[in-house]
Design a protein around this ligand. Sequence first.
Ligand SMILES: [Zn+2]
Length: 572
Amino acid sequence: MSATSLLEALCSRDSGANDPLTRPSVKAVAWARVSTDMQEERGLSMPEQLREIHQYAVKNDIEIVAEFQEAASAFQRDEKRVEFKRMLSFVRADKRINAILVHDFSRFSRDSVKGKSLFRQLKDEGIQVLSVNDPGFDPDTASGVWMEAVTFAKNEAYSREIAFHTRKGCRANVQQRDPETGWCYKNGGQPLFGYKSVQLIRGEEHKGKPIIKSIWVLDDTIVNGRPVHEWAKECLKMAAEGASLDKLRDFCNNNGIPARRKNYWGSTTWNAILQPAVLMKYCGIEVWNVHRKNGSQRPPEEWTIVENAHPALITEEEAKAIIAARQTKKEQNFDSHNRHRQTSHYLLSGGLFKCARCGENMIGYHNMTNHYYLCSSQTKHRGLGCGAGLHVRQDETEAEVFIGLHRMLRECSDPRGFTRLVNEELRNIWEQANGYDPQSAQKLVEIERRFENIRQAIVNGLDDITWANAEMQRLRAEREALEKVTALTGKAPQLDVKAAMAYREQIEHLLAQDDPATKRAIIRDCVSEVRVYPELLEAEADYKFPMPIIKIDPGAYGTEVYSDRRNSGGRI
Ligand SMILES: [Zn+2]
């Protein structure tokens, strides 16, 4: 059976009751959402989403009674999704409305656990969430359960998919050669020192917009009496002869050569320029896909290499000479920059620490006196898409993260109190995710009490039996509704006391050794994310319970993979 026919078989419209094509009179609200995060994740604009929703509604005979839309960030807490809440209460208040129309399920919720539980909750209330672009499914059928799992899992992978497509597009671009100049096209970004970018108009898009491609040529801007590309060539010659990073930095500053990003040249800039991948570029070779999004280098076999992509400034022999000179320097441990690198550790680097304003990673950055974390939009695209750069002190931030971690571990010193606390919290989170009302048990007791009162009143000779009947009827309905949400299947994930105690002892011991690599590993085990809010000058950390100490009832969600729950397991 092929994947397509399997999909068709799984999505077969055998459950006619839920098929919008056959169900009579569907009244719906239209819901559109755009993300304010990174541009490539924004997806379709709101008018475009609404246009597709309306088209779908006309085709399927659905009446749209209201439209709601919201620009939200994936980093936003749920309580801030004001419009989403307004839409839900609007839908719930009007009994005639039985559907919410969305462009795709990722517009409804990007969190698969919460999305799924809300989806089911609404269905129980008689409200369907219909997606214009996802296949329809009924979560009450076996095939529906699979489709639901797949659909929501897909939405979580959405941003990763987008990144992949973008990269694919760029890869094709760097390998494309301009027919007129013979040079390869560039993907944007600042050209190397010694080069300038030239924009070329190459045809038109279907809407008449010109297609603009860029190539690199030698930068012939005159600075201090010589073209910039000659200055660059001279610097590289000096590097091949063994000039230190500091010497190169001073040479550029003293000759008034404009620096790339900052006002003045730094030795870090020169260290970056003298890396193998960059030196290859100086040989006229395009090297692309060298770094990951978090700044770390990919293995060379993953690089995309295109020869003769732009004019060469140095020969391959010169490049080899530079590498050899750098190697000698490293062995002498002479460069201040290298000494620096060995002692500098940013424990939260590599994607754990995020800028809440733009969603980019906070990366390590230092000046002469201090180490900071800085939104990577500042170095990657000069703050575009974010805002004025906020320098967050490395020592203070990491100290706060460890204080929070110690606080969590201190709770461990009281095993009964700790596990009770945590297991209560885990139970709360789990219940909320499943639409459970924590007040329901109390409410049920109250209902039973009122039943008893009415019975007693009748025994005592109450004459308004019509009222008593109506009241009992109302209470019965209320009780039925409450019992429905009380009957949760499965168990909330719980902490394993023994494992937690053992883990805590181990962590305290490891932290005492003060080894950066170990500290880094512990942080990765216990911290799910740290965010900084530049406008508020505040940072917030989410802690998680390490996997080995969590007991998960396999019956809780049937055969579903449940591991992602641990990330939201511990907000202390
Ligand atoms: Zn930012």
